[in-house]
Design a protein around this ligand. Structure first.
Ligand code: G4P
Length: 531
């Protein structure tokens, strides 16, 4: 449960670490671009996504992504707004990358949900919302594209309340829609915000008014729209819950702002809202004890590993969310899994425009640590204490295929490439107990394509994927003896993942049911905590 606790050091208290969740096309890229614009990270909108080219943001690295216009990799961007430091963690938008998205959401304290005013809650939004709910993440909502024909405001709010079972409170109220969209009435500050259609990158004109009855209102809004606005706001105040900051922090209520990202309208209000109502860095679950952000000592965990971000350098970058303390460049941290010290000499801070060397970072920040493969997803770094951050799962893949190198002499190279992608979390790789070759598992079919093109691009290895005889994978848990006995009796079905853990492969649910009956000491599980 999220709460803003008093007494966080100011540097930590001003941090807001969040992700944007949305259905493709709702306007996530456009909104991100405007965030960066207002955050002073870029000079002009349009820098993030070059006009006329396939859609992409700075966070897209791969050729594949550019071709497809999808964002495969999640990355982080930091920028300042007012007194706040925002850390925006980009989530892959395509549904095939849900596991990556899930892990990204373990690294944030809140989510901004973007919906299209004409389409309402779409399938991908709903799915991502469910993931946020598992962690009671606070959600702030932005209803975009109000400059187009949108649905009735009450209807949109009802739909969110009903489909997502969350209280919705209007932070702003739209005045007109489509061609008639004039701007919003700020429900929290009793102000009129007018949209300036002339300049998309300029701040909208704000007019301060003494509530809805202010006679100056009529100078800006035609009579029919004004009457409608007064009626609707009155009704909204009667029918919808008032903003309860605590309920927002607990993930039970979402404030909604209306706007038009492309016209830069409503974006600043949303940003102010994230600052004011969004959570500070939160306590991190770990064993044997939780980690509080204000602790003096630094602790952090890896939620993503990205290989070959810069094709010129064969580096890997581990994205680390700092859970506590004040990090300074050059610090020696303990890599808890191997108990080895690591000097963090060239950490990277993702200051939107470019990767920059991080001199310091605080709890809540995301830093990138270049490394040669020591850091894996789920790893914890501390100043010596043996803490292990929990709650970063790995999911059983839903699609399995065998993979072979086009050139059989290159099998060893393929193994190396596959292991790297497995550690990066891009795919599951299973080595069968009997026979040669590898089985690769993914959550969505598009991942096979991405993987194939990356192996070819980054390792110069053409590969072939073929149907596997198996369709499901389950991790095998239990006392060592029981697992060993089970393994020996089911060799044809056994393989090992990249950590060496035992995995049972099958094509029949019936098999899984049978094992649960026949081997009571063994459990088959569709998730595994990342080590
Ligand atoms: P996504 O990342 O969520 O997939 O959405 P993205 O920002 O790429 O926006 C999807 C489309 O919606 C883009 O149009 C974008 O310009 C448009 N859009 C975003 N915000 C608004 C808005 O407030 N009002 C209107 N009317 N449109 C908006 P496109 O034609 O696909 O791309 P482009 O040619 O404009 O770049």
């Amino acid at each position: 449960m999220s709460t803003n606790r008093p007494a966080l050091p100011a540097e930590i208290a001003r941090r807001r670490t969040f992700a944007i969740i949305s259905h493709p096309d709702a306007g996530k890229t456009t909104l991100t671009e405007k965030f960066l614009l207002y955050g002073g990270a870029i000079q002009m909108a349009g820098q993030v996504r070059a006009k006329g080219e396939a859609r992409r943001t700075r966070s897209d690295f791969m050729q594949m992504e550019k071709d497809r216009g999808i964002s495969v990799s999640a990355s982080a961007m930091s920028f300042d707004f007012k007194n706040f430091r925002f850390n925006l963690v980009d989530t892959p938008g395509h549904s095939d990358f849900s596991e990556d998205t899930y892990r990204t959401l373990t690294a944030v304290d809140a989510a901004v949900m973007v919906i299209d005013g004409a389409k309402g809650v779409e399938s991908q939004t709903q799915k991502l919302f469910e993931v946020c709910r598992l962690r009671d993440l606070p959600i702030l909502t932005f209803c975009n594209k109000m400059d187009r024909e949108a649905r009735d405001t009450f209807e949109i709010i009802d739909e969110i309340q009903e489909n997502l079972a969350i209280d919705v409170t209007p932070a702003s109220w739209p005045i007109g829609m489509g061609r008639d969209f004039l701007g919003c009435y700020d429900m929290l500050n009793d102000r009129l915000e007018l949209m300036d259609r002339a300049d998309r990158n300029k701040v909208a004109e704000t007019i301060s008014l003494e509530g809805l009855d202010d006679p100056r209102m009529a100078d800006h809004i035609p009579p029919a729209l004004l009457e409608q606005l007064r009626e609707e706001v009155e009704m909204a105040r009667e029918l919808l819950p008032a903003l309860d900051p605590q309920s927002v922090l607990e993930g039970h209520m979402t404030p909604i702002w209306f706007g038009s990202a492309i016209n830069s309208f409503g974006v600043q209000e949303l940003m102010k809202g994230i600052g004011q109502y969004g959570p500070e860095p939160q306590i991190q679950k770990a064993s044997p004890r939780e980690i509080a952000p204000e602790e003096k000592k630094v602790a952090g965990f890896v939620f993503k590993v990205q290989a070959n971000m810069d094709p010129k350098h064969r580096d890997r970058v581990a994205f680390v969310r700092l859970a506590s303390g004040h990090f300074e460049r050059g610090m020696k941290l303990t890599h808890v899994r191997t108990k080895k010290p690591m000097a963090i000499s060239n950490p990277v801070l993702f200051l939107a425009a470019d990767r920059e060397l991080a001199e310091e970072a605080w709890a809540g920040d995301i830093i990138g640590i270049p490394n040669h493969g020591q850091l894996r997803i789920g790893d914890t770094l501390t100043e010596g204490e043996m803490l292990k951050v929990s709650g970063i799962p790995s999911f059983a893949p839903e699609l399995l295929q065998t993979v072979r190198a086009g050139d059989p002499m290159k099998a060893k190279h393929l193994e190396k490439a596959l292991m790297q992608f497995a550690e990066e979390g891009a795919a599951k790789v299973f080595k069968p107990m009997i026979g040669s070759g590898f089985i690769v598992g993914v959550v969505g079919a598009l991942q096979f394509e991405v993987l194939g093109s990356r192996i070819e691009l980054e390792y110069g290895l053409p590969v072939r994927f073929d149907a596997s005889q198996f369709t499901s994978a389950r991790w095998v848990h239990g006392p060592r003896d029981a697992v060993e006995k089970f393994t020996q009796a089911n060799k044809q079905h056994i393989s090992y993942d990249h950590d060496g853990d035992v995995v049972y492969l099958t094509r029949l649910q019936w098999d899984i049911d049978r094992i649960e009956r026949d081997y009571p000491d063994v459990t088959l599980s569709a998730t595994k905590e990342m080590m």
